[in-house]
Write a protein that binds this ligand. Structure first.
Ligand SMILES: NC(=O)c1ccc[n+]([C@@H]2O[C@H](COP(=O)([O-])OP(=O)(O)OC[C@H]3O[C@@H](n4cnc5c(N)ncnc54)[C@H](O)[C@@H]3O)[C@@H](O)[C@H]2O)c1
Length: 250
C-alpha cells in the first residue's frame, strides 16, 4: 500500500490529489496551515489523516515528519503542493515582506519538507511530485514573486531527479494552468482589480490564450499525479509537465 504525504492538502488541488490517492487505496497524510480546513477535508474523505503544519515553520515540519514516521512508517510519495500567490501588484509596489513570504513558503518550505523526505524516499524508491505552474514556463505580470518561485521549482525538480535517480527515486514537476476552484476565482478577482476589467472579461481574456476553451478540473491534475506513481509513469523523471489546456503566451 502506497504511503503518501500531500502538503497543503486541505483544499483545492492538494485535496483532489489526496482524495485520488486515497481512492486508489493509498494511506494518505495531508498537512495544512489551515486547521479548520484540515477538519473539513478529513470529514469529507474517509481514511484521510491530517496534521496541522505551516511549511514555513521548521518546528512544525519536524512534528510533521514525526507523524509521518509514526502514522505511515515510511513514505512512497511526496506531493509538494503548497504554494501561495502573494499580492497581485507590479514589481515596484511589492513589499520586501510580501516577496519574502512567497519565497519562505513556496521555495524554502518545499525544500525543508523535501530534504526530510529524501531518506524515506530512498528507502522506498519513491516519487517526488512538485506543483509548479504555467507561471514556471512564462512570465506572469503582477505576480513576480510567484513566477520566480515556480521557475525555481523546475530547477529544484531537475536537480533532485539527477541526485536521486541512482536510488530509483523519481522527481517531476506538474505545471497547471488555470485550474477551477476558489483560488482561480480569487486570482481572477485580483486581476480584475488591477486591470479595471470585469471578472467576465478577465475569464474571456484567459481562455483566449488557451487552445482548449475551458478550465482544468483539479481531478485531472490529481490523475496526472497518480499516473506518475504507477508503473507506466515510473520512468518519467526530471520532467516539467504542463496541464493547462495548451496555454500559449510568451
Ligand atoms: N489553482 C490554480 O489555478 C493553480 C495553477 C497553477 C499552479 N497551482 C499550484 O498548485 C498548488 C495548489 O494550488 P491551489 O489552487 O489548490 O491552492 P489553494 O490556495 O486552493 O490551496 C492551497 C492549500 O495550501 C494551504 N497552505 C497555504 N499556505 C500554507 C503553508 N504555509 N503551509 C501549509 N499549508 C499552506 C492552504 O491552507 C490551502 O489549504 C499551488 O502550489 C499553486 O501554486 C495552482
Amino acid at each position: 500500500m502506497k504511503r503518501v504525504l500531500v502538503t497543503g492538502g486541505a483544499a483545492g488541488i492538494g485535496l483532489a490529489v489526496a482524495q485520488r490517492f486515497a481512492q486508489d487505496g493509498a494511506q494518505v497524510l495531508i498537512c495544512d496551515a489551515d486547521t479548520a480546513g484540515l477538519d473539513r477535508a478529513m470529514a469529507a474523505t474517509p481514511g484521510l489523516r491530517g496534521i496541522p503544519c505551516d511549511v514555513s515553520q521548521i518546528d512544525e515540519i519536524e512534528r510533521l515528519f514525526a507523524a509521518v514516521a509514526e502514522q505511515l512508517g515510511g513514505l512512497d510519495v511526496l506531493v509538494n503542493n503548497v504554494g501561495i500567490g502573494g499580492p497581485t501588484a507590479p514589481a515596484e509596489d511589492l513589499s520586501s515582506a510580501d516577496w519574502q513570504r512567497v519565497m519562505d513558503i513556496n521555495l524554502t518550505g518545499t525544500f525543508e519538507v523535501t530534504r526530510r523526505a529524501i531518506p524515506l524516499l530512498k528507502a522506498s524508491a519513491g516519487t517526488i511530485i512538485t506543483m509548479s505552474s504555467a507561471a514556471g514556463r512564462y512570465g506572469y505580470p503582477n505576480r513576480i514573486a510567484y513566477a520566480t518561485t515556480k521557475w525555481g521549482l523546475i530547477g529544484f525538480t531537475k536537480t533532485l531527479a539527477m541526485e536521486l535517480g541512482a536510488f530509483d527515486v523519481t522527481a517531476n514537476a506538474i505545471l497547471p494552468g488555470a485550474v477551477g476552484g476558489e483560488r482561480f476565482d480569487r486570482v481572477i478577482a485580483g486581476r480584475a482589480a488591477v486591470s479595471g476589467r470585469s471578472v467576465q472579461e478577465e475569464v474571456a481574456l484567459g481562455l483566449a490564450s488557451q487552445s482548449l476553451k475551458r478550465i482544468v478540473p483539479p481531478e485531472h491534475v490529481a490523475d496526472l499525479a497518480l499516473f506518475l506513481t504507477t508503473p507506466a509513469g515510473r520512468s518519467i523523471s526530471g520532467a516539467a509537465l504542463p496541464i493547462d489546456c495548451d496555454l500559449q503566451h510568451g
